[in-house]
Design a protein around this ligand. Structure first.
Ligand SMILES: [Zn+2]
Length: 479
């Protein structure tokens, strides 16, 4: 049985864990302590002296690391978790943009946000950018906002509206007020403006860029998405002078060299959603291109309408895709890769520190260093054979551990997960709201449409003629 949860505001020390600090030089303490006092990290080191009354957590046999940061998650879509597991991007666009996105009421957007917030937190993601493009009306915006502000964890509201034109909704005074409030509300962790630039030569997106600049917030944009946004979008942003430092380019696949050069030169970062890029066809996950151009990376899970909502999967698929490509390209010229370029340490960086860099908050989160906010994970599971031995801690985080091994999560020094169980938020209440949303949507679509949406047709596959025949005439062997 886990020990009693520490009291609110109680100082906490993790003792004798493998500490991945993710500081500038990625200091690793093989048996270190992390002390959190008054919501902030007070010290990281060995055999730390602690204030009286400090709660001691035995981290031996576990890994202590910074809370993870997700830079692009369409939280509202978690209300449809897993529904589109067999979709293509085209089917997604049709379902959300053309057919059913407009059916989501403000409370449905909120329900998705509420469950997604707890989902992120439970998996060790302490900061999430809600790429909230279901905000069809200011009422939807207010509902999304309220859901984030009242959820445990840190959230950046990326304000967007897939149903409208950014040059229109960004000029709505009510929307502007919501974004300003989100930016300044201490219950949130800032605001971003979320919209795409498909490549209209007249650059109608200008007012949206101007608003972001005026409010001093970042722009986050799906860039390099095959069939949707491409080099033209990047070029137009560049030529019009809006590739501001800090802009987050989501996916950034299927782009030419010049676009990567422009991103690198203007101080942008890329949010890799590898499960998404692999499944939807935005283009090949571009970690290789970021490496070549020196572009900083962060990771994201995109949307749970298809994908897993945890950064363990994001790290694993990202490193797998990059290594897979490296081998594949080498094999084309009869070469063998003997040393991998991408390392487990890289993707752990992108899942923590890289995310903090991307959202401009490295001074507050992203590493375990004295003075930073007390967002800390303990990955430890004494009942799991997979958690021993831990020889290569970065490798263990990426390839061995999973969200079920996240034992403890602190946000600002407050315990939100304890003994492997979520202890913050109201999961039961959120599930009830979610049930209402799912029932409403199912009803609004009707049984047949609901089922058809989940089961897209499978294209015919021709089975090639095979000159080798193993089967005897009249054999009934079949699939
Ligand atoms: Zn996205």
């Amino acid at each position: 049985m886990p020990h009693p949860v520490p009291q609110p505001k109680q100082a906490i020390v993790f003792r004798n864990g493998i500490v991945l600090t993710m500081d500038d030089v990625h200091t690793v303490l093989p048996e270190g302590d992390v002390l959190v006092v008054d919501g902030r990290i007070a010290a990281v080191g060995n055999d730390l002296a602690v204030p009286e009354g400090t709660y001691e957590i035995d981290a031996k046999g576990g890994i202590v690391m910074p809370g993870m940061v997700d830079t692009h998650r369409h939280m509202w879509q978690t209300a449809m978790r897993g529904y589109g597991a067999d979709w293509t991007l085209t089917q997604y666009f049709v379902w959300y943009y053309l057919e059913h996105g407009m059916k989501f009421r403000p409370q449905d957007v909120a329900a998705g946000n509420l469950i997604s917030a707890l989902d992120a937190l439970e998996s060790g993601v302490t900061t999430t950018v809600d790429w909230s493009h279901g905000l069809r009306t200011p009422e939807h915006g207010a509902a999304a906002y309220e859901a984030l502000a009242t959820s445990p964890g840190r959230f950046v509201l990326g304000y967007g509206n897939l149903a409208g034109a950014p040059w229109e909704w960004a000029q709505d005074p009510e929307v502007r007020r919501l974004i300003e409030n989100a930016r300044d509300d201490s219950r949130l962790f800032g605001a971003q403006l979320a919209f795409d630039v498909p490549g209209d030569e007249s650059f109608p997106e200008r007012p949206a860029f101007e608003l972001a600049r005026e409010l001093g917030i970042q722009v986050t944009t799906h860039a390099g998405v095959w069939g949707a946004t491409n080099d033209n979008g990047i070029r137009l942003m560049y030529e019009n002078g809006f590739m501001d430092p800090g802009t987050i380019y989501v996916h950034a696949a299927s782009l030419g060299e010049e676009s990567y050069q422009r991103i690198a030169a203007t101080g942008g970062t890329v949010s890799l959603s590898t499960e998404s890029e692999q499944t939807c066809g935005q283009g090949y996950p571009p970690a290789h291109a970021l490496r070549r151009h020196g572009i900083p990376a962060s990771l994201s899970v995109d949307t749970s309408v298809w994908f897993s909502a945890d950064m363990f999967s994001a790290m694993r698929t990202t490193i797998g895709a990059d290594r897979s490509l490296e081998h594949y390209i080498a094999h084309q010229s009869d070469q063998t890769i003997t040393h991998a370029l991408i390392r487990v340490e890289d993707v752990v960086d992108w899942a923590t520190r890289g995310g903090a860099v991307a959202i401009g908050k490295l001074d507050q989160i992203g590493s375990l260093e004295a003075g930073k906010l007390g967002d800390v994970l303990l990955i430890k599971n004494d009942d799991s054979p997979t958690m021993s031995p831990i020889l290569n801690p970065y490798g263990h985080v990426v390839y061995q551990a999973g969200r079920g091994d996240v034992d403890t999560v602190l946000v600002g020094g407050e315990v939100v997960k304890w003994g492997g169980k979520l202890v913050a938020g109201d999961l039961k209440g959120v599930k009830a709201r979610l049930e209402d949303t799912v029932a409403y949507l199912e009803g609004a679509l009707g049984d047949e449409t609901w089922k058809a949406g989940m089961n897209p047709e499978i294209p015919e596959v021709e089975i090639l003629h095979n000159p080798y025949q193993y089967r005897k005439e009249g054999s009934t062997l079949s699939r």
